[in-house]
Design a protein around this ligand. Structure first.
Ligand SMILES: [Zn+2]
Length: 281
C-alpha cells in the first residue's frame, strides 16, 4: 500500500496487515494504551466490485448487503475486532452522541439498529467495537485513560461547525465523569485543508468561529475557499479543554489517496466508504 502523507504533520499513521492478509491503518498516539484497539479500514482486501472496490463498508450506496457484511467480517478479523461486537453509528451529519454497551453489539453491521441519526458513539464497556463511516469526513477518536472510556465521532463540515467534539466530551462527562484535561484525541484521516474546496455559504459560517488558517481564500478560483476540517476540529478540542499536547492531527488526506481510501470528492460521489474502529479490550 502506497500512502501519501501530509508534509509537516506528526508521523502517526501506520499501515498494518492482518493475519488474513487484509490491510488496515492504526494510529501511533493510541498504541500506548494497551487496553485499546484502534483501526481505520482501507479500500483493499474486500469482496466488493467496481466503484466499491474492494472493501466497501458503506450502506445505501448501491453495493450488495452481503458484500458489505463480508467486508465487515474480513476487516474485523484482520484487526481482531469481530464484526459481531461492532456498533455502527447511523450518521446524518448531526451532533447526536449515544452511550452504548454490549447489548447493542452487531447493530448496523449484522442486525438492525434500534437508534438513528447518531454521529458519535461512546462506551466504557470492554468488547464493544465502536464504528463510524468515512469518505473525506473526519473521524475523531477520544480516549479517557483515567475512567477507561472511549468515544468515536464523524465530523464533516456540519458536525465540525456544530461542534460534535464538544458534544462527545459532554456525553463522556455525563456517562463516565471524563475530565477533558485527561483526554487523548486523534483527529483522523480525512480531506485536508489544501484539497477541501467550499463556497461562500460554508466559508462565512467558519469565518465567524475560526481564524484564517481554517478558512482560506482560494486566489486561483474567485468565490472559492479552502476549509481545513482537521484544524477546525483541533480548535474545537482545545476550546473544550483538551490539552494541546494530547491532540494528535492525522497526516493522511483521503482525497490525495483515492486508490487506498474512499474519497467522496476525489470520485465525484461514486464511492464506497471506509470505517474507523475503536474498542476497549
Ligand atoms: Zn489533501
Amino acid at each position: 500500500m502506497e500512502l501519501k502523507l501530509i508534509d509537516g504533520r506528526e508521523k502517526m499513521t501506520e499501515a498494518r496487515v492482518g493475519k488474513n492478509g487484509v490491510p488496515f491503518l492504526t494510529f501511533k498516539p493510541l498504541e500506548k494504551f494497551t487496553w485499546l484497539r484502534n483501526g481505520f479500514s482501507t479500500r483493499e482486501g474486500g469482496v466488493s466490485e467496481d466503484i466499491f472496490k474492494s472493501l466497501n463498508l458503506a450502506h445505501n450506496r448501491g453495493d450488495k448487503t452481503e458484500n458489505i457484511v463480508e467486508n465487515f467480517k474480513l476487516i474485523g478479523e484482520a484487526m481482531e475486532m469481530p464484526a459481531e461486537n461492532m456498533v455502527y453509528a447511523q450518521q446524518t451529519h448531526t451532533t447526536t452522541v449515544l452511550t452504548v454497551d454490549h447489548t447493542r453489539c452487531g447493530m448496523g453491521v449484522l442486525k438492525d439498529r434500534d437508534f438513528h441519526d447518531v454521529d458519535a458513539l461512546v462506551t466504557d464497556d470492554p468488547g464493544v467495537v465502536l464504528v463510524t463511516g468515512h469518505a473525506d469526513c473526519i473521524p475523531l477518536f477520544f480516549v479517557d485513560p483515567v475512567h477507561k472510556a472511549i468515544g468515536l465521532a464523524h465530523a464533516g463540515w456540519k458536525g465540525t461547525i456544530n461542534n460534535i467534539a464538544a458534544e462527545v466530551i459532554r456525553e463522556m462527562y455525563r456517562s463516565f465523569k471524563t475530565d477533558p484535561e485527561e483526554l487523548v484525541v486523534v483527529i483522523g484521516p480525512g480531506v485536508c485543508g489544501n484539497c477541501y474546496e467550499v463556497g461562500e455559504d460554508v466559508a462565512s459560517q467558519f469565518r465567524k468561529k475560526y481564524d484564517t488558517n481554517v478558512i482560506r481564500t482560494k486566489v486561483s478560483v474567485p468565490g472559492k475557499y479552502t476549509l481545513d476540517l482537521h484544524l477546525a476540529n483541533m480548535y474545537n478540542m482545545q476550546r473544550a479543554g483538551v490539552p494541546e499536547e494530547n491532540i494528535h492531527v492525522s497526516d493522511v488526506c483521503t482525497m490525495e489517496n483515492p486508490d487506498v481510501l474512499f474519497s467522496h470528492r476525489a470520485t465525484d460521489g461514486k464511492r464506497g466508504g471506509c470505517c474507523a474502529f475503536l474498542e476497549i479490550i
